[in-house]
Design a protein around this ligand. Sequence first.
Ligand SMILES: [Fe+2]
Length: 603
Amino acid sequence: MKILGISAHYHDSAAALVVDGVPVCAVQEERLSRRNNDASFPVNAIDWCLERAGIDPADLDAVVFYERSMLKFERILTCTLRAFPRSWRSFPNAINNTLGEKVWVRGIISSHLGVPRRKIFFTDHHASHAAAAFVTAPTLRAAILTADGVGEWATLTVGRGERRADGSTDIALDREIRFPHSLGMLYSTFTAYLGFAVNEDEFKVMGLAAYGRPVMADHVRKLIRPTADGAFALAPEYFEFQTTASRSYSSKFVDLFGPPRNAYDPIDLQSSEGQRFADCAASVQRVLEDTLLDIARRLRHESGLPDLCFAGGVALNGVANARILAESGFERVFVPPAPGDAGCALGAALYADRIYFRNPDRNVPDHPFWGPAADADELARAARDDSQLVETLDDGSLIERVADELADGRIVGWMDGACEFGPRALGHRSILAAPHAREMRDRINRDIKCREEFRPFAPVVPIEALDRFFDVPSGGARLARFMSGVFPVRDEWRSRLAAVTHVDGSARVQALEREMAPRLHALLDAYGRRTGIPVLLNTSFNVAGEPIVTRVLEGYTTFRRCGLDVLVAGSTLLMKRAAAPAAKPLKEDEQWSSESAAGSGAV
Ligand SMILES: [Fe+2]
């Protein structure tokens, strides 16, 4: 059975194709249209998926949209009318935006693909999140938690999933919290208040939180109150998102927390004002974590299950995820590589396959690499046309060469195979660098990423060496598989991992298994042999304001106009210029290799 899943019209559109119960490909629209967070109907992503799989639209058995657009329309209409006359200014916008194309999704799909309307289906938004988390996780039964800003009406659901011995799959979401009571909206309101872009910059709030203290947590708790049934309710007088799209917080909110930050003013963490914003971020972060933990603990107790599958935009909060793992009682927490709405394209297709059509259970490959592949020959041709020095190396020589360049302090653009589905670079579209000195972080921020100084970079480490450098609880390697948890860097390594250690001593580490990205694993090994520390800085391969590069030509043009020193795609290597070597080449006394670490039971 061939099922196309689509998410669109809110944030980060995507398409995914599932054939005979297994994902074949998936890609976000922004990676092809090159418009950051492209929310438009994903024509490019759909066309690429079909072409990649060699499938004609007429051969599709079903096309599944990730939410029920009429219900969403009902919610917008109801909320707008409830708030009338206060909402009269925003009403025309809300209706225009909604009526534009969001409601008439069936017609749009039908006319674009030429598929009959009877083949077009809709899932609940949170059912899509739930399937994206549960069906892709290597577990047979698990509790399920989904949390985001809002879908149709639901903002958080709890339930359970089961893959039965008879091949059937069950996903039951038993309870939900409904709009406007929303953890995602609470966090987004602070995102707006702190001068960041809502639905895009929530991770900046999490990064800023590490610089503050949660001294205003009691203030935040005035905004969100626990209810007798174990849920929560937002106090409406502090918010305006439920009545207007133009402002999230009310004047009463400003009375409580002080003047909001102007988005154009840099955050000066040395000033009292800058510290107030950091404290604000720390406070909402703490309350978010505590609220999620209460819900997760109750879910653990009620379900009796050791595994939790967690998705929705809130599951991008790696600090909260790590606390859920450490403190809720769940032994394993599975967060998919694309927990947000883009991942719902895959979730919707999988939900339809397993639940609507009752197709038999299948194992889903446990990796994030579902997008377009990097073509090394294409890069070599383009670079030679520009009279660049191009080298083509066999795999072993290339790995050793790149490890040399990294150990000499050079910054590498690394493209390998199919690109990641989801917001994080997990080793196929990454910028890699030595992780040891703070100067490297500053150089990448200044010459490549052009971003705020308070934002940390992430490390990648072979799973065999995870425990040596990071203080990860039992089950943490699973969260770290897709960079979904933030864990402490061990004290003794912080000064030697300064470029990837956040101000509070933590890191959003990726623990890499050899099978998931063998070439990057080999590179970490080679780098470890040179320096004694098999850890690299791993950040997404893009510059500020642009989506992560997809095809090699995008990587090449990015390489040409920013501070990257080396570009690699498959067997092709380009050098731009001789970079200054690291101030002090790092060399540990102790030699390292993944074989010896695995042999010593370091995992
Ligand atoms: Fe969502």
